[in-house]
Each structure stands twice: as structure tokens, then as C-alpha cells.
Design a protein around this ligand. Sequence first.
Ligand SMILES: [Zn+2]
Length: 209
Amino acid sequence: MTNGHVTWLISPIGYQSITKRCPCCEIKKLFFPAGTFRVNAQKKILDVWNIYKCEKCDYTWNIDVLSRIKTGKIDPELHQRFIHNNLDEVRRYAYDYPLLKRNQAELGPSPEYEIKGPSPYTYRDSSLLDITIEFEYRIAVRLINILTRKLCLNRRQVMHLIEEHALLDVTANDLNRKLKMPRTFRLDLARLYALDLPLTTRPEQAVTL
Ligand SMILES: [Zn+2]
């Protein structure tokens, strides 16, 4: 018996949307990054905006990324990425929640997400598995939703794991809390397998015996 350690990375799919009244559609609409920056450099002063577009029409809205920055103060590589509409930067700024707040942007629904990392069912030999949940971007996700997906169990079964001390360092109250920060807990695999709960879905990358 050995101990194992896995990391589950919460990685949102697509972009965080914002919601605002579209003057063209004349109602509130979701706006998503168009995939382009607008860069304006005048007299060595730089402004950069991330351009958002209405989900229904072509109306655009600019979110301030950099405002009145001296061109000498910006990392030249970052400057190039703005000029070339680097999509990783577009995405990074789309999840920059403090920046969105400074722009008084009202957030749209939380995006869907993937949980990257191995299924616990690939660890037959480990008695105790340390599981760390990390975030690519700090979207709010409830612990119960991560656990039901990765363990292929329903909410009641996850509660049962806590009661039976198969899931350690997590309380029933923690399950509904929105996680935004990394979190580590332990899963006692020997107890999990002993409980022999029927899985609700097929585990990813499961070992074949
Ligand atoms: Zn519109």
C-alpha cells in the first residue's frame, strides 16, 4: 500500500461573459470577448482594451485593460501579444475578475468547466489519496459538484463517504460552499472500495483489472 497524490485542475470552458444592456438589441444581453484587443499608442502613452461583443448583434463594448500607461513601462512581449490579439491573453483578461470589477462589468453566468486530472479509480494500490483542487482561473465552483463528477457518485453517496470516513478533511457543510481557493483533502481508497457504491457514471481512465 502506498499513498498517492493527485491534482484536479478546474479549467473553465470558453470565456466568462458579462451582461449589459445592448443599445442595439435594446435589452440586456450577454457579451463575450470578440478575441481582439484594441491598442492605441499616442505620444508614448498606451491604452489597451479587450473588446466584447453582444451575443446577438455586432455591438461591441470595450473593457479597459491598460489605461494611460507609458509605453516604456509595458513588457514588450506583452505589448506584442496585445497587438497580435493573442487569445491566451484575451482569455486571461476575460477571467481577471478585479479588472472586470474596476470596469463595473456585471458578470454573466459562471462558465462550464472541466476537471483536469486523474480519476481516483485509477489508484487501486494507494490506501490514502491526497487530492488537491486547483484553479486555472478563480471561478466559483461548489465542492459537491466536483466530487460527484470525479467520484461518479450522487450527493447522498458523497455524504455517505464522509460519514464512513472514506472522505477525510471535508465536512457536510463544506460541500455546498463555493470554492475559489485551492483545497486539499484525503480519500481513503480502501474504505471507498470496501463500501462498493454503485457508480452513477463511468469513471474516466479507469483501470481495467
Ligand atoms: Zn445586441
